[in-house]
Design a protein around this ligand. Structure first.
Ligand code: PFF
Length: 449
């Protein structure tokens, strides 16, 4: 039964929605390309450690804040504050997260727009619309503006339908589709010449790079981005979880799926690069460095698909459809964060709130596109390198230092008393109090050097 403010109707529904938020361009594009330029399996290893030891505990903090609050991120955090100062601090963290989610969506929609146009290009080629195919494949202001706006409109249309009929329904459809496309593409690419060299580059670690502090910073940033932390998204998704569910295992499922898909995406992207290389496409620069991420995705891979002949059109379509689907299930979560706040704070109707906020975000996206070289990198850096780790850390501080330990335990074990004697409860409160804030702060300070 759904409550008035909306609730996920099932355990599966929540897992698909939260994993849908987590699994996005960060997994399928960011993780493999970061791995390839950071020492292959050494990066994977570091990522796994950070994802389970730091990002999972931080994810649990956000989920439990939301489930306890049963409200938007600001109100949920404010319920934990005991005095006016703490409540102000709660507002700062919750509202900061909402702004961060909105800003991430504004640049994410631009990249997702590129994916959408790349998905349509093979379709135009197949139906013989050579002019349209040409327009879709060439970067232009009109093309970028159009597809960014189309992508934001798609996101708005899902979010305006609410939690169960919008977020949950579409995540349950799109996530299985994503898995089918991903595995079919892997099966295909691994049969191609050059794939084995790619697999070796991915799975054989270069341990010397483990000591590189840059690797640690990149891996933590990637883990936070991938689990959508520090953006109030997981607080709001947590608030839609029924009190009967076991939060500890739900959070673990989401982390496992996220890490699994990132790892599996590596089995597609890195071998694909080497298959392209075997076909004569350059993937390394003259100095031996891997080419930039966008060169790889928008030049190397399309060149690879083209070289495959007839089947290439289909593979290219499937690849960019995969990227677009992954982006959509993430973007809906980013829009839900500010929309849920506006609906509850200003008593707006959901459709109205969604269009207003979607409109504001689209305006920011357009501004970024029109000032691309000055703004794109800046917004990415501001949100992912500073905003997310910092706000994620503050959520840990809230749970670890401000919330009463006994109340925290009763929320975590609601309907599942066995949690009180679990290994999780023995370790996690201590982790969230000391280890997470300190580790995040250290890595963060390191990244400033
Ligand atoms: N987790 C998404 C990805 O890996 O692409 C990105 C993301 C979604 C970041 C939602 C932040 C967010 F609030």
């Amino acid at each position: 039964m759904s409550s008035v403010r909306g609730e996920f109707s099932s355990r599966f529904g929540f897992i698909m929605a939260a994993a849908g938020s987590a699994v996005g361009l960060g997994n399928i594009w960011g993780f493999p390309t970061q791995t390839a330029s950071n020492g292959g399996a050494a990066f994977v290893l570091m990522y796994l450690i950070l994802a389970f030891c730091l990002a999972y505990p931080a994810l649990m903090a956000e989920l439990v804040i939301g489930r306890h609050g049963q409200a938007n991120a600001v109100s949920s955090l404010q319920k934990l504050g005991n005095n006016p100062v703490q409540k102000k601090f709660a507002f700062f963290v919750g509202f900061g997260g909402i702004i961060c989610a909105g800003l991430i969506l504004s640049f994410y929609a631009i990249v997702a727009g590129w994916m959408l146009s790349a998905t349509l290009e093979p379709v135009a080629t197949t139906v013989g619309a050579a002019g349209a195919a040409q327009w879709l494949s060439e970067q232009s202001l009109v093309r970028d503006l159009s597809f960014t706006l189309i992508f934001v409109a798609l996101t708005i249309s899902i979010i305006s339908k609410g939690v169960e009929n919008g977020i949950e329904k579409w995540s349950k459809r799109l996530m299985p589709a994503l898995l089918v496309i991903l595995f079919s593409l892997i099966a295909y690419v691994l049969t191609q010449e050059g794939a084995t060299t790619g697999l070796k580059a991915y799975l054989v670690p270069d341990f010397s790079s483990l000591l590189d502090p840059g690797l640690l910073v990149s891996a933590l940033g990637q883990a936070f981005f991938s689990l959508s932390l520090g953006t109030s998204v997981m607080i709001i998704y947590g608030s839609y979880i029924s009190k009967q569910e076991n939060l500890v295992s739900l959070g673990a499922y989401v982390t496992l799926i996220d890490v699994f898909i990132a790892f599996v995406a590596g089995l597609l992207i890195i071998p694909a690069m080497y298959v392209a290389q075997a076909q004569g496409v350059e993937i390394f620069s003259a100095s031996g460095q891997l080419l930039s991420e966008d060169t790889l995705v928008f030049q190397v891979l399309p060149a690879l698909f083209e070289g495959m002949g007839g089947v290439g059109v289909f593979v290219g379509f499937a690849f960019f459809a995969l990227m677009s689907i992954a982006a959509l299930t993430s973007s809906i979560s980013m829009l839900e964060a500010p929309v849920s706040y506006a609906v509850e704070k200003f008593a707006l109707a959901r459709t109205q709130a969604t269009w207003i906020i979607g409109g504001i975000i689209a305006t920011v996206s357009v501004t970024i596109i029109l000032n691309f070289s000055a703004l794109f990198g800046l917004v990415v850096q501001l949100t992912t390198q500073f905003g997310q780790p910092l706000l994620g850390m503050l959520c840990c501080i809230f749970v670890g230092w401000i919330w009463h330990r006994q109340k925290l335990l009763s929320e975590i074990q609601e309907g599942h008393p066995e949690v009180a004697s679990s290994v999780f409860w023995r370790i996690w409160p201590w982790y969230i109090r000391f280890v997470c804030p300190l580790a995040i702060a250290l890595v963060f300070i390191n990244s400033l050097n």
